[in-house]
Each structure stands twice: as C-alpha cells, then as structure tokens.
Design a protein. Structure first.
Length: 253
C-alpha cells in the first residue's frame, strides 16, 4: 500500500489503543497518535491544545485553528498525522468536521479534506465481558495504565478498592457492544475497508501487530525494530473472578 498522509485508529475504551499509540509513536515514522478530539466540546479541544482564539473568529475559523494545531502535534516531524478516535467521541467530531468542510457529502470525504489521504485502522476487543470489566475497574480504582515494572502511567482518581457491580458491568457491556455495531455500520455506509486488528492479537504479539499497521500505512515495517513495549496488562485474579460471576449471572459466553 502506498504511503498515506494520516490515519485514524477507530476504537472504544480498554481495547489496547494506548499501547498501540505508544508503539506507533516510538517508531518515529508514524506521527504521534492520540485522542486530540476526545471531549465533545470545542472549548475542551482548545484547552487541550493550549489555544486561545480571537473572540471575533467564526466557528469555522476556530475549528480550522484547532485542526491545524492537532495535525501539528499528531504529526511531529514525521509527515504523518495519527488520530485515536473513540466511538463515543465520533458524533460530535464528525458534526464539527462537517462545519469545517460543508461542501462534501460523506464523513470519509471530510476526513480526506481535513487530513489528506487517510487510512483507517479498526482496533476492537473481541471479549466484551473482559473489556467491560477493565473499564469498570479503571473507573473505580482510578488506575488506567501501568508500565511493565509496575510504575503508574495514568491515574485519573485517588486509589480505592474495586467492588463488583453487576448493573454497571452490564451497562458498560451493552455500551461497548453498541460501539462495535456503530463502527461497523459506519464502515459499511461510507464504504471504508479498515485494517482490522484486535486487542487479543495486539496483546499476544504486539510487534507483529505493529508491523501490520505500519505496512497498512505504507511505511517501512522495519521501523518497528527495537521499539520497546512499555504498557502492561491490568487484568488480575479480581478480573477473572468478576468475569466468571458476570458470565454466570447474565448467561453471557
């Protein structure tokens, strides 16, 4: 595949996207992928990118400024922009993308207008029970990512013990299942054929997955050589106990 200008990692929470983004960034050829449009708010986008627009600017001009800054941060000196896009952020993002590029008829055309020739990578987790458990545990404990040596990489709340909550697990299981259906519907509607990778495959063989992504982007896969894995799994005995209990209570395979 010839080299693209940008790529979008289409995903949902606790699918291994942080690991994949870090691996891609460490190749030094695939940009600096991250969730530059995560929160559904232009004000939040401006804050995250440390931007202060002129009060007289139109919404479209503000969006142009935001996108320009995001592309610069997500590309660095590599010439390729990387974006992680969670499904829950998708509707607001594409709504504003249509404001920025109003003369086009589809989302995918607007992606190309905003970011150049864009490739799509679909990262999903096959086991939605384990995904829901990972999400609920992160929300409860405040710990979202940890390094292989045990160092905390991302904590969003003070430490506290996780507690089994069947109703919340079911709600998140349903949400994540819906996310997958929505992504698939969009791919079909806009005739997008993404590279499909899974959390399970990424977890089992991160380097092989990284090679596949680089090749899909039209990059030299040898850029993955020497890349260090620096995000560890958080699943533990508690996760396994919760999974067995949830599957039994809700008759989920």
């Amino acid at each position: 595949m010839s080299k693209c200008d940008s790529y979008v990692i289409c995903t949902s929470p606790r699918s291994g996207s942080t690991l994949l983004c870090k691996l891609l960034a460490r190749t030094s050829v695939a940009g600096n992928p991250d969730s530059y449009f995560h929160r559904p708010s232009i004000s939040a986008w401006l804050e995250d990118l440390d931007l202060t627009p002129e009060p007289s600017m139109s919404e479209r001009d503000v969006l142009a400024t935001v996108f320009q800054a995001a592309i610069a941060e997500g590309s660095l000196e590599t010439g390729m922009f990387g974006l992680r896009l969670q499904r829950d952020s998708f509707d607001f993002f594409t709504e504003k993308l249509a404001v920025l590029h109003p003369g086009l008829s589809s989302d995918v055309e607007r992606f190309h207008a905003a970011f150049g020739r864009t490739s799509f990578v679909y990262l999903m987790r096959q086991d939605k029970v384990e995904q829901a458990i990972s999400l609920v545990k992160a929300q409860q404990t405040g710990l979202w990512h940890r390094a292989p040596d045990g160092t905390e990489l991302e904590r969003l709340a003070p430490p506290q013990e996780p507690n089994y909550d069947g109703d919340e697990l079911r709600a998140q299981f349903n949400r994540l299942t819906s996310n997958e259906r929505d992504w698939e519907r969009w791919f079909e509607t806009d005739n997008i054929k993404p590279l499909r990778i899974t959390y399970e495959g990424l977890s089992e063989d991160p380097m092989e997955t990284l090679y596949r992504v680089l090749e899909h982007l039209g990059l030299d896969a040898s850029a993955a050589n020497g890349v260090i894995l620096d995000v560890a799994k958080l699943a533990d005995d508690t996760s396994r106990d919760w999974a067995a209990r949830f599957r039994s209570e809700h008759n989920v395979a």
